[in-house]
Write a protein that binds this ligand. Sequence first.
Ligand SMILES: [Zn+2]
Length: 451
Amino acid sequence: MGVARLSLRLLALLAAMLLLPMTASAQSSIRDAEIEGILREYFDPLLTAAGLQPRDVDIILINDPSLNAFVAGGQKIHIHTGLILATDSPEQLKGVIAHEIGHIVNAHLAMSEEAMKDAQGISMISIGLGVLAIAAGAPDAGVALMSNSGYFAALNFFTYGRVAESQADQTGVTLMEQTGQSAEGMVYFFEKFRYEELMSSRRQDPYFRMHPISTQRIAAIRARVAQAETTAQPQSERAIQQLAIMKAKLIGFLQSPMQVARKYPHTDLSENALYARSISEYRAVDIGAALRDIDALLERQPDNPYYWELKGQILFENGRIAESIEPHRKSVQLAPNQPLLKVNLARSLIESRDMEKVREAEGVLMDALAQERDNAFAWNQLAACYGKLNRTPEAALATAEERYYIGDIRRAHVFAQRAAQGLDRTSSNWQRADDIIRVTDPRLPGNRQPS
Ligand SMILES: [Zn+2]
């Protein structure tokens, strides 16, 4: 139990994840089914109002305490965890993202062509929030994962022009209005940070380098908002609680126990406080306390899939693999459209050493991958599953997929070749291996990689 066991499991996982060359520009985005679900609920109506297909727009959460949100790679909206923690109301967060959607629909290029080329070479590692948080406590490996200095470095020097900013503002306000929401939070947010920026405490935040705030800009939004306040509905109780949940979860996973205790003192028995504390205790390997708090939450909300997910995670990371299966199974039953929960369940099944369960994991992973084909970690687990079942060529193919989606073209090529040698040439698996071999051919321009 405890730290030694935790570290071994973690290091094995990280080793699997990090076989790619770890350059200064490697960066982690973080995945969390609950937070992603909330962000989609927040932003999808805005995207639809903008005439975009929500499923065509990726929302990527970046583990970074600084304040930023930006669009890159066409229709990918990147949100720093620091932005979520800095907003006081759903309206503020939605307003900032409505502005970003404004940059998309007005086709403002966030990067020069050259910067774009650099950015495409950057490896984006997606890793579960829970795994990342534990990595933070592990020496070396954690540091590499947490480092974010080089991430989209080109963007740090990018500034939208005055015209683009004002267009994005206008579109943002329109989108808030069209969805029956007030854009006042947007004004409030900009004003608050305009002040803090002047007071220099926020000068380091990349958001204000990229989207310069001016007095005229704020005045223009304010004038617009003042005209059209009448139809806006206040944010629902649900939306307000969702912001509180995201904050509790991010604080629990990413901040120190002292910070958690300051924000959620022991006298606070609200669900958000219990949630943040349970996560924090789990990270501190105080398993008794973590389980006590998550069980208290489950008593209040037995149908919350994310409480079951956390319970499964606490048990799994502490080597109680067999016990972790049922909580994870429960989370999948309660939220069948969340592939990340399926990957958790599969991980427990694979580690159970019960061959019946390892075989079950294959189907669970196939299901997850049918919903989210580019999930590199799901492919990583599928390779582990086939490895345990001695299905070596399929394991090699799953590893080729994993490497391909991480952007490790060189190893994707090698593993696809290995897979093709062992697979039946008439099978669809062989066909897929052959496809990967072709697209990762090192002679193709753009496929040359260092190391
Ligand atoms: Zn902007």
